[in-house]
Design a protein around this ligand. Structure first.
Ligand code: BES
Ligand code: ZN
Length: 641
């Protein structure tokens, strides 16, 4: 076993005795962590971002000003990035992150050339661009992107909803911004930014910033859109989309952008967004970004959502027609505090973004939709966490630690259920130990103390100790803070909220599998109930049962991506040929990695039967996917063209 940290595993001896009375909802989790003595990496070391070439102690970018034109024919963004820099020392060298950029020139404010060199490409990192600054504190990089820039997806009209106009969008997190913007691409180096974007006049450009409106571009047939972000943000939050976009207002501060044909459905689905913003503010303080709009993406968007400031990017696969999948909005909105305001300083602490956000998301959902609905979702997440820990090799696997070692790896490898679900259960556990009121007061003050800064695990734990634990030795022992953050598995104080409604579903799943009558009325089940039912069925079912299931849940005629996904996994496990057309349609109609990757993985796991299907379907679906999705699926299906 490879352990990235000096972890000494002691079996049997409880080092940290649980004390204080257990909270009512505390149950013993099925996957227990071994008892460990935890050694955290030193606080100063935790600040170092191994996924960036930048050396901010010598020269640090404070503002990025983009002036770019979008060329859809050549699939190229080109123009300038002008960087404001703070630098120290005699001969300061500014080191920027780039990945696949063609650098045409580097000049100072007066247009005088500055010496620069582009280093070797390193896997998962790109190439450092080193600029000898002299007296210059303003640096203009003239450059253009490559057609294959990983952050960018250039869509043909046929790949859009409207089918008439092309589309471009970016996905920056974790380290892809450097494939279209030459800057210090580290979440610990926050920068304000501004942009002028020139695009064909019949398209609209939006960005994760305040829009200052279009004016006629210098070239005929173009318009130039201006944007500004006056708060310092991590570079992965710089985002752009250009397409045939329309806007509909939802509330005072909220609205939705998307292609015209999707607008009505999107605005209906997300009508509760304004309520969510209000609920979030009531919990953890003022929303600090002005507007909160959504951009509903083309179906190839590789994620469920991306919390780009002021403008969340969201997959159209959450438009179920019944508002049942809007937890995604609560999630991306919550990032306006955890992630965008207080940001993980490095990708080792991705859980500070996602664990806090998942917790906060659940609190928003509870405030807007009530406890029962939210408890169901939390219980489903608990299942996923258990499954993930098992898949990762069990509770001693270093991959199950919150603070993880990503040395020599793509930070994207850290995007598992662990940071999300283990992270949020950690915060639940603290909440349950200190009481909701005290915890909420603490969290609110935490967001205020660290607003517009970056944070490490060590920083968070030190702050909890200073402002919440305050030398209470009993509480300190009860919480097991270091075990949570620096040890694998799930500590034994983990809080699991069980849903009574889902327990009933479990009984019905057992009844169905055993050929008995159901107690519940499947026709009235919510999305969470249907998903739980499907996931709790034995993985092997006779064909007759699969056919009965299709009727019971009307699986051929429903529009819910989560239900479809759960069903297709079960169908693949049974090599159920009758579901292949539906599987094929699903895999070709959207490119969300969370759905696409497990389905191809499941297929390939089914030997020749599945491999043949996977190869055939992937060959046709792949051109429609974003690089973030193909990057992973390629390694599974192994059909890199
Ligand atoms: N920030 C993430 C998406 C992300 C993570 C992109 C890491 C790139 C690297 C976003 O907030 C997220 O978690 N999305 C989830 C939504 C879900 C948890 C509601 C997704 O895409 O599935
Ligand atoms: Zn998230």
């Amino acid at each position: 076993m490879k352990l990235p940290l000096p972890l000494l595993l002691l079996s049997g001896t409880a080092l940290i005795a649980a004390c204080g009375k257990p909270a009512a909802e505390t149950t013993t989790p099925p996957v227990l962590a071994p008892v460990v003595v935890v050694q955290a990496p030193p606080a100063a070391e935790q600040l170092r971002d191994i996924h960036s070439f930048a050396d901010p102690a010598i020269a640090r970018v404070t503002h990025v000003d983009l002036d770019l034109a979008a060329d859809f024919k050549q699939r190229r963004l080109g123009g300038t990035a002008t960087l404001k820099v703070e630098a120290d020392g005699d001969e300061p060298v500014l080191t920027l992150d780039t990945h696949g950029l063609t650098i045409e020139a580097v000049t100072d404010a007066k247009g005088k050339a500055l010496p620069f060199s582009l280093g070797q490409e390193v896997e998962f990192m790109g190439a450092p661009l080193k600029v000898t600054l002299g007296d210059a504190r303003r640096v203009t990089v003239r450059y253009h992107t490559q057609p294959g820039a990983q952050a960018l997806q250039w869509l043909e009209p046929a790949q859009t909803a409207g089918k008439r106009k092309p589309y471009l969008y970016s996905q920056g997190q974790a380290t892809l911004t450097r494939t279209w913007v030459p800057t210090q691409d580290s979440p610990g180096i926050k920068q304000t930014w501004s942009a002028r974007i020139t695009a064909p006049a019949d398209l609209t450009a939006v960005m994760s910033a305040e829009m200052l409106g279009p004016e006629p571009g210098k070239t005929p047939g173009t318009r130039t859109w201006s944007f500004r972000m006056e708060e310092p943000v991590a570079p992965y939050m710089i985002a752009i989309a250009i397409g045939d976009l329309a806007f509909q207002k939802m509330g005072e501060r909220t609205g939705v952008w998307t292609e015209p044909s999707m607008l009505k459905a999107a605005a209906w689905e997300f009508a509760d967004t304004e309520k969510m913003v209000a609920a979030a503010e009531a919990l953890y303080g003022r929303y600090r970004w002005g507007r909160y709009d959504l951009l509903v993406m083309p179906p190839s968007f590789p994620f469920g959502g991306m919390e780009n400031p002021r403008l969340t990017f969201a997959t159209p696969t959450v438009i179920a027609g019944d508002r049942s999948l809007v937890a995604l909005v609560a999630h991306e909105l919550a990032h306006s505090w955890s992630g965008n305001l207080v940001t993980n300083a490095t990708w080792a602490d991705f859980w500070l973004n996602e664990g806090f956000t998942t917790y906060f998301q659940e609190r928003i959902m509870e405030a807007v939709y009530g406890e029962e609905f939210t408890t169901m979702q939390m219980d489903l997440s608990w299942d996923e966490l258990q499954a993930t820990i098992k898949e990762m090799g069990g509770p001693t696997s270093p991959e199950t630690m919150l603070h993880i070692d990503l040395k020599g790896r793509d930070p994207d490898d850290g995007m598992t259920n662990i940071p999300y679900e283990k992270g949020s259960v950690f915060l639940r556990t603290i909440e349950s130990a200190v009481g909701r009121q005290r915890w909420d007061e603490y969290l609110r003050s935490y967001f205020d103390r660290f607003a517009f800064q970056s944070q490490t695990a060590a920083g968070f734990l030190a702050d909890v100790r200073e402002h919440l634990v305050k030398d209470d030795a009993g509480l300190e022992a009860q919480l097991q803070l270091d075990t949570w953050v620096y040890a694998p598995g799930l500590p034994e104080n983990a809080v699991h909220r069980r849903s009574v409604a889902l327990e009933r579903i479990d009984k019905d799943a057992a009844a169905f599998a055993g050929g008995r009558a159901l107690e519940g009325d499947a026709g009235k089940w919510s999305t969470s109930e249907r998903v739980r039912f499907l996931n709790r069925l034995p993985r092997e079912l006779p064909v007759g049962k699969l056919e009965a299931l299709r009727k019971l849940l009307d699986l051929d005629n429903q529009n819910n991506s989560e239900v479809t996904f759960a069903w297709l996994r079960l169908a693949i496990a049974n090599r159920y040929d009758a579901a292949i057309p539906q599987l094929e349609r699903f895999l070709k109609s959207q490119g969300r990695r969370k759905f696409v990757l497990p389905l191809f993985t499941d297929l390939v796991a089914q030997g020749d039967w599945g491999k043949a299907q996977a190869t055939r379907i992937y060959a046709e679906a792949r051109p429609g996917y974003h690089s973030v999705t193909t990057g992973r699926v390629d390694t599974v299906v192994q059909s890199k063209p």
